[in-house]
Write a protein that binds this ligand. Structure first.
Ligand code: FES
Ligand code: FE2
Length: 380
């Protein structure tokens, strides 16, 4: 069977811009961890679908705003995360929990704003949703309900795992030279593990064949191409739970120092369409949160957060545990990233269309949805 994905979907600036508008500015997207904004004035800075966003803690209340000052458009906060009141560094306008300009120094003396103008100064606010320690934002003016994007069982399972995350987190970013869709296609392709990761992941875990429904089903065109129909169709693209079988978990000392999530010796995977992947390769002792941020048609930032399950008490070597996890993941991930970069490097407008087998039915369903959405005038 031929894939529906045309080379231009991975190469074209125009397609990329349409994806940003029709997908990334409409869907709920991962935005960070609550442990990065633990107390008053702590913040996270992001660029999501091209829009600068700040998530700020106001005395325990988390809010997401456009990270652009209403005066001369300076970014309000800088860096990846930190602790600082929401005050513009340029001329010191400050903003309150509702995003209103709270204090404008020398307002009456030099700006001469009337009361009505002053009242209208309010930052653009985005919807924010917390699932355990995971934060999601939605950039749409009228965000779809979170429950329309993700199935209840998926959210429950994700929440249960994410509630067990420890507050200590290590973050690293890879600047990949490939289109963002190549990553999720790769993540939904278990068949590559034993070949591409033959010497790494495949030597400690195996991924049994999962029957995913018939591929023929995905051949028929989508019947309901209304916005509601498209949303409904995409819900099964996100799923999670035990997916692989692992060898007996090696008894390393730090395992005793954390409250393990669950008790099942399995490789856990949660895939949240479009760009979040969480894995626990050791049955709930530690987690890797992988977030794929499209930057350009051939550029994707892969941000990875490493956490263990909650520590029973702080211990000196916890940092080394995260570092060791990072080195191990880097090895596996670099095998994936290298392959995706190679695939991207041979793409051109007239490249052969990929051939797919029955086992790739999940990707086929996503492609059918994607091609329908991209080609129609519909928004999600
Ligand atoms: S640009 Fe922010 S206060 Fe002037
Ligand atoms: Fe892989």
């Amino acid at each position: 069977m031929q894939s529906r994905m045309l080379p231009s979907y991975y190469l074209s600036q125009d397609v990329f811009a349409r994806e940003q508008r029709k997908i990334f500015r409409k869907l709920w997207l991962f935005a960070g961890l609550t442990s990065l904004v633990p107390d008053n004035n702590s913040f996270i800075v992001r660029k999501t679908a091209g829009i600068p966003v700040v998530i700020q803690n106001f005395h325990g209340q988390l809010k997401a705003f456009e990270n652009v000052c209403l005066h001369r458009s300076a970014p309000l906060q800088q860096g990846f995360c930190g602790r600082r009141a929401l005050v513009c560094p340029y001329h010191a306008w400050s903003y309150d929990v509702s995003g209103r300009a709270k204090n404008i120094p020398d307002c009456d003396a030099i700006y001469g704003f009337g009361e009505v103008e002053k009242q209208s100064l309010k930052l653009r606010e985005f919807a924010l949703k917390q699932v355990g320690s995971l934060l999601f934002i939605n950039l749409a003016d009228e965000p779809m309900p979170f429950e329309e994007q993700f199935q209840a069982e998926f959210v429950e399972s994700l929440q249960s795992a994410a509630e067990s995350f420890d507050s200590e987190v290590m973050v690293t970013t890879w600047h990949g030279r490939f289109n963002w869709k190549l990553v999720y296609e790769n993540l939904r392709d278990f068949n590559h593990v034993k070949y591409l990761h033959g010497k790494s992941l495949a030597s400690v875990a195996s991924f049994p064949f999962l029957a995913e429904g018939s591929a023929e089903q995905a051949l028929e065109p989508l019947m309901d191409i209304s916005s509601a129909g498209l949303r409904k169709t995409m819900r099964p693209f996100s799923y999670g739970g035990p997916e692989g079988v692992i060898e007996a978990i090696r008894d390393v000392p730090w395992l005793q120092r954390v409250e393990r999530w669950g008790s099942q010796d399995a490789y856990f995977n949660w895939l949240a369409y479009p760009n979040l992947h969480i894995a626990s390769g050791n049955g709930g002792y530690s987690f890797t949160i992988e977030h794929h941020v499209p930057v350009a048609p051939d550029r994707t930032d892969v941000e990875i957060y490493f956490v263990t399950a909650k520590r029973k008490a702080p211990y000196a070597a916890s940092y080394q545990v995260l570092l060791a996890n990072m080195h191990y993941s880097k090895k596996i991930l670099s095998e994936d990233i290298e392959m995706l970069e190679r695939i991207q490097s041979v793409l051109h407008d007239d490249a052969p269309i990929p051939t797919q087998g029955a086992y790739e039915s999940t990707n086929r369903k996503i492609e059918r949805w994607y091609a329908t959405l991209m080609e129609t005038g519909h928004e999600l």
